[in-house]
Design a protein around this ligand. Sequence first.
Ligand code: NAD
Length: 256
Amino acid sequence: MLNNLPTARTAIVTGAASARGIGRSVAERLAEDGWSIGIIDLDASASAEAASELAERFDVLAAGWGADISDPHAVSRALDEAEASLPPLVGLANIAGISSPTPYLELTLDEWRRQMDVNLTGVHIVTQRAARSMVRHGIGRIVSISSISAQRGGGTYSKTPYSTAKAGLIGFTRSVARELGEFGVTANTVSPGPIDTDIMGGRLTEERKQGFIDEQIVKRIGAPADVAHAVAFLMSDGAGFITGQNVNVNGGQYMS
Ligand code: NAD
């Protein structure tokens, strides 16, 4: 291939502690593809536990840290430790995120700010710290999770501040892609439609699943592995000529 990802390489995956979440599925898929994995999630012991499961199941190096991605000091500490203990950092999957179902007219400024802090500023904080290392290594892959909510103006569960932050991630990613391309670093987003996790107010009932399926072309509910497949592709060696793009993983619910 043209791009030459090193054989020994680490991907940081944020939000991978949630057992039924997209982050966990991404971490598993990347481990399967030979990446060493550094997990960052809110709870230190859940992150460490997820990492040791990965290490055992896929025979890779993996470790986990507790950090709120909106806290630059905590992120810096976690990534310093990851770099001291794992192979070179060349991948970042920004998966951590929070939902916000509050109707716009009832939204408080605190909730708005927390959405921006985690879903947008948090992604920037982790990306900037990781990108500095990728630039030093001369190669890198950054993939961040946006949402169909950014494209359609909500319509699934979360509302305005979530849609705003997730739309911001697309502009953020295009700009980072433009600045870092000359250093061999790509940046892309993946925008899932409704996926069967617990982020939309708990486990989806069969009735809610059917409601989503009715709006899709592909007649089944999306799975975390559907998203993980797209993330792993964008982080693969052969994807080095793809940057600044958004990949929709939504069963055809929205086309662009
Ligand atoms: P999830 O709730 O299962 O996972 C989110 C993870 O992020 C959790 O492990 C959580 O602890 C972690 N997290 C939350 N805030 C954090 C913070 N401040 N710092 C560090 N970690 C934090 O949800 P999921 O469905 O797997 O969502 C993963 C990503 O996909 C999110 O960014 C979400 O917005 C996005 N997304 C999900 C769907 C869907 O339908 N499930 C659709 C579109 C986009």
